[in-house]
Design a protein around this ligand. Structure first.
Ligand code: UDP
Ligand code: MG
Length: 315
């Protein structure tokens, strides 16, 4: 019998877990031809999340869990999941029911045809989300597809079901600055995009605010594109060109009209302008250096302080 593993990153989800459990249990009973493994990854929650997970693990034989020593972020939680699941098919699914478990049977049917290696979900609407957030999200996806070789579809969720071989590839990508949507696109394989209407959170609150999303998008760009470095170089070339023309202009004016002392204001503007561009370029380089610094430290992705079974605690 083939096994489906579900990875569920949880950070302060006490209000969602029972509802999530009953939905999943329903799906499990709908698919008797598969065995299931449900791996909760408790990402350093400060509420009763871990207690509830322990209780669910007692109650259901297919539930396993890992618990981090602190909050390492959803990316680390997903990576821990990928490193520790054993299924032939693996899905990432949020605990807040925004990724409807009821889609799983359909998604599995698509994989069974063997025409695709993964089924990924995308929201076709962004109902219930602030307009300004949707706008920037859309611009981000457009830009990202333009400047990187990681294909990301607008509205793509992390919710996707994939075959074992893809999971093995993802585990091999051991980088610290993880941007999973990019990684999923980068490894390739045949992906079917499954559209669905946005679902709002069952309970609790999103862990993302506008600023954290903005930071996350910069992370994504820096991790998957060298375009910003290119922009810095091109700005340098352009400024050099302009400076060259200005020098020509000044020499000709000097020869034609002598040298009246003036132009203090314009000089200050030029100095500030160039100073700004230089700092901007250094900032871009700094972003990449910071990433290199992070990678070279080779710190573990996560530390597990408790688990339902034998696992590698530090990885
Ligand atoms: N999550 C996590 N660690 C974090 C933040 C979030 O494991 O530091 C989990 C969270 O419990 C949920 C999923 O990631 O299962 C998605 O989080 P959220 O619903 O806040 O994001 P959104 O759906 O708004 O993008
Ligand atoms: Mg959510």
């Amino acid at each position: 019998m083939q096994k489906i593993s579900l990875i569920v990153p949880c950070y302060n989800e006490e209000e969602c877990l029972y509802a999530f459990d009953s939905e999943i249990n329903h799906v499990v009973s709908q698919m008797p031809e598969y065995s299931f493994e449900l791996l909760f990854v408790n990402d350093g929650s400060g509420d009763k999340t871990l207690d509830i997970i322990r209780e669910l693990a007692q109650k259901r034989e297919y539930v396993r869990y890992l618990s981090f020593s602190r909050n390492f972020g959803k990316e680390a939680a997903m990576y821990a999941g990928f490193c520790n699941v054993t299924g032939d098919y693996v899905a990432i699914i949020d605990a807040d029911l925004q990724d409807p478990p009821s889609l799983l049977p359909e998604m599995m049917k698509i994989l069974e045809t063997n025409e695709y290696d993964s089924v990924a979900t995308r929201r076709v609407s962004r109902e219930g989300e602030p307009k300004i957030r949707s706008f920037f999200a859309r611009q981000f996806y457009k830009l990202m597809n333009h400047i990187s070789d990681a294909d990301i579809v607008d509205g793509a969720r992390d919710y996707r079901l994939m075959k074992r071989e893809m999971v093995d590839a993802i585990v091999k990508i051991g980088e610290r600055n993880r941007f999973s949507k990019g990684i999923f696109g980068w490894i390739g394989y045949r992906t079917y995009w499954y559209p669905y209407e946005n679902v709002e959170r069952t309970a609790g609150e999103t862990k993302w605010n506008f600023f954290s999303l903005f930071k996350y998008s910069i992370e994504g760009i820096i991790s998957f594109s060298q375009m910003p470095l290119g922009i810095a170089s091109w700005m340098g070339v352009t400024c050099t060109g302009i400076a060259f023309l200005a020098i020509l202009f000044i020499i000709i004016r000097r020869l034609a009209f002598g040298d009246p002392v003036q132009g203090w204001a314009s000089m200050i503007c030029i100095i500030i302008f160039l100073g700004g561009i230089q700092l901007f370029a250094i900032g871009i380089i700094g972003q990449y250096i910071a990433k290199i610094f992070n990678e070279t430290k080779h710190r573990p992705h996560y530390i597990i302080s408790e688990a339902s079974d034998e696992v590698e605690k530090i990885n």
